[in-house]
Ligand binder design. Structure first.
Ligand SMILES: Cc1cc2nc3c(=O)[nH]c(=O)nc-3n(C[C@H](O)[C@H](O)[C@H](O)COP(=O)(O)O)c2cc1C
Length: 239
């Protein structure tokens, strides 16, 4: 083969591998690829409670001591809905705002062994208000270790984990700084909803931002495209 032929072949191979790499890049649609052990239909969220939004804002505090009492399925339903529930089904808009309605967050809940649901990690599916069970392991102590050994992560009956799919924003805006800002801000809105819903249900929670992201991903089978933004232990507060 002439050198021109070889050169064209090399260019062709480079173009082909670049195209394949682009086509099979980890896209933002990458989701849990393992089996879903079980799907739990959550009770319909209630939108009328006993407390005004002003009272909930006023009474909100970070709570780090919980009794061992389990949460009810209604508690779990309200918390997940508050974090990421769909409130406008015609456009799939959610309880928390999202820059350019990109919706880059995912919500998970780690259920401990003393609860009304089987222990394990569940992914919240906002589109049908269900929990998808991904594992059967109670790894709260490992999650606590990964969270600077904060004991409230282990002691709470459940831990909500909010992750962000930064790639979803990067694909849209082609700006990594803006994407990180947007997803972190979005998580702040979802997190405040978890706080306020907890107050309204007489539960306690605290935003956990101090953790080792990579350790969390070693413990929990969260898709690699997502990054943990927050952990929220939730339980019945001890006054
Ligand atoms: C981004 C962020 C990260 C936080 N990380 C932690 C944490 O890792 N552990 C913790 O106990 N509290 C954490 N907190 C809670 C703060 O300590 C708490 O909000 C602050 O002390 C004020 O108390 P308040 O929430 O009761 O008003 C965090 C709060 C925010 C906003």
């Amino acid at each position: 083969m002439s050198w021109k032929g070889k050169f064209s072949l090399i260019i062709l191979l480079i173009l082909l591998s670049a195209t394949l790499a682009y086509m099979f890049r980890p896209g933002y649609d990458q989701v849990w690829s393992g089996d879903i052990i079980d799907t739990i239909k959550l009770p319909q969220p209630i939108i009328k409670g006993n407390m005004s939004v002003e009272e909930a804002i006023h009474d909100r505090r970070s709570i780090r001591t919980y009794s061992s009492a389990p949460l009810t399925l209604e508690d779990i339903s309200q918390l997940m809905w508050a974090a990421q529930g769909i409130t406008d089904s015609s456009r799939n808009y959610r309880t928390a705002p999202s820059g350019s309605h990109t919706f880059g967050l995912e919500a998970y809940i780690l259920i401990g062994n003393n609860n009304n649901l089987e222990q394990g990690l569940y992914h919240y599916n906002p589109f049908n208000h269900t929990l998808e069970q991904l594992t059967k392991d109670d790894v709260r102590s490992k999650l606590s270790e990964a969270s600077s050994s904060q004991e409230w992560v282990e002691k709470a009956p459940v831990d909500i984990i909010i992750t962000g799919n930064y790639q979803k924003f990067v694909d849209k805006y082609h700006d990594e700084k803006l994407s990180a800002r947007f997803i972190n801000n979005e998580a702040g809105h979802a997190g405040q909803n978890i706080y306020l819903e907890s107050v309204a249900r007489n539960l306690g929670t605290v935003a956990i931002g101090s953790f080792d992201d990579e350790k969390i991903h070693d413990i929990l089978p969260i898709p690699s495209i997502e990054k943990t933004v927050y952990v929220y232990p939730v339980g019945h507060k001890i006054d």
